[in-house]
Design a protein around this ligand. Structure first.
Ligand code: MLT
Length: 394
């Protein structure tokens, strides 16, 4: 018997687990200090009232013989898929209901989707990158190639026709850099993928933060994307579902290679390996798309946007360069004084007890950068900003 030796090639601990451990150790040694967490992108506002009342109603249904439900469809209930379909249609993107698969979140699906790709495929990821794209492929023994995302290209790498990749990961608005592609830029990626026969895995988990016209919220806003892209989305950041768990993945019918349909394979995979999302949770998720739900989640998003503006203003005042913070909940800043990212992490933790995420954790190009999230409470964000100003203006 042998275990999968590819696990030897990933770091011992997931980035956010490493940070949590470091912070827990500091906190245990300094119980009198108040720690301000702007590290992992976890939301702090409660679920919207429309979501809660839909979930309560669903709980009652589950408690009555006439309305009780057992196993649900692994790919999601039609009522939720139709609500998602309507959400896309409102933005001019037409999807078939069964191109939508409800999941427990984008992170799981971004990893699980690899089941439908051959082991020998080469994978192209930006650097810096959300670590899940790399780690899941390394675990499967796939070859990973990197493309530079840096200050010179505004952290938005564009296709290079001299590079041949089978699977390409794009995330926009980007985690960690906050940079967001325009529809025109994504069109170049779609053209490249169709020309090369590659597939783009498009992570749209932060699409709800886009407010600037011209920036893409879905890769399917680009004509031709349905023959080369799969899109992942989540209720986590849109509607505060990080603890409730619900997301969705769009696998177009038109995406075929070698006579095989990605949609059929994903359906086969999900019905075999995934139990589906709880009925109660799916009812809550569907309520997000109702008029009340939309109004309430937009108010929550505005709250996080205001946090992002507080952090961005602080960076402006301190003369620190950054990206994001506008169409994104992340502020990706250059560590002052040329400090490396983990050193800056320790410096902030030890001096002002502000926790962020070291850029180096997202890849080699992240070295010298640092990520702060706007998902904290207003009080924590405002206090963190005060402490940052005091420490860094010295
Ligand atoms: C992050 O902080 O990058 C995100 O919270 C990670 C995630 O959503 O899985």
């Amino acid at each position: 018997m042998q275990f999968n030796s590819h696990f030897n090639q990933v770091s011992q601990s997931y980035l956010f687990s490493t940070i949590a451990k470091k912070v827990a150790a500091y906190s245990a040694a300094n119980p009198d200090k108040t720690i301000l967490r702007l590290g992992i992108g976890d939301v702090t506002l409660p679920l919207a009232p429309a979501v809660i009342s839909a979930m309560h109603a669903a709980v009652d249904e589950m408690g009555a013989k006439e309305t009780f439900r057992g196993y649900g469809p692994e790919q999601g209930y039609d009522f939720l898929k139709e609500a998602i379909q309507g959400y896309y249609a409102a933005r001019g993107v037409s999807l078939e209901r069964d191109e939508i698969f409800v999941s427990d979140g984008a992170k799981s699906d971004v990893g699980n989707i690899l089941d439908i790709f051959a082991d020998g495929n080469t994978v192209l990821v930006p650097d810096p990158v959300y670590p899940v794209y790399v780690d899941t492929n390394v675990m499967a023994g796939r070859k990973v190639m990197y493309m530079d995302a840096n200050e010179a290209n505004g952290f938005l790498p564009m296709p290079d026709y001299s590079v041949d990749a089978d699977v390409i990961y794009l995330c926009s608005p980007n985690n960690p850099t906050g940079a967001a592609y325009t529809v025109g830029q994504l069109r170049e990626w779609v053209d490249y993928a169709n020309a090369k026969g590659a597939v783009i895995l498009f992570d749209a988990a932060y699409e709800c933060f886009v407010s600037q016209p011209g920036l893409a919220r879905s890769i399917f806003e680009v004509e031709g994307a349905k023959t080369c892209a799969i899109e992942f989305c989540s209720f986590s950041k849109t509607a505060g579902f990080t603890g409730t768990r619900c997301g969705y993945t769009v696998v177009p019918f038109a995406l075929e290679r070698g006579g095989m349909s990605a949609n059929k394979m994903w359906l086969r995979r999900q019905t075999t390996k995934f139990n589906g999302v709880a009925y109660i949770v799916q009812r809550g998720a569907a309520a997000v798309f109702g008029p009340e739900g939309q109004r309430q989640i937009q108010a929550n998003l505005d709250y996080y946007r205001a946090n992002a503006a507080l952090i961005a203003d602080c960076m402006d005042e301190l003369g620190i360069r950054y990206t994001g913070g506008k169409n994104s909940p992340y502020i990706w800043l250059k560590c002052p004084g040329g400090m490396d990212s983990w050193k800056f992490f320790d410096y902030l933790l030890e001096n002002i007890q502000v926790v962020g995420t070291p850029g180096a954790g997202f890849g080699a190009n992240g070295e010298g950068f640092f990520r702060l999230t706007a998902f904290g409470s207003r009080e924590v964000t405002a206090e963190a900003v005060q402490r940052l100003k005091k420490l860094l203006s010295r």
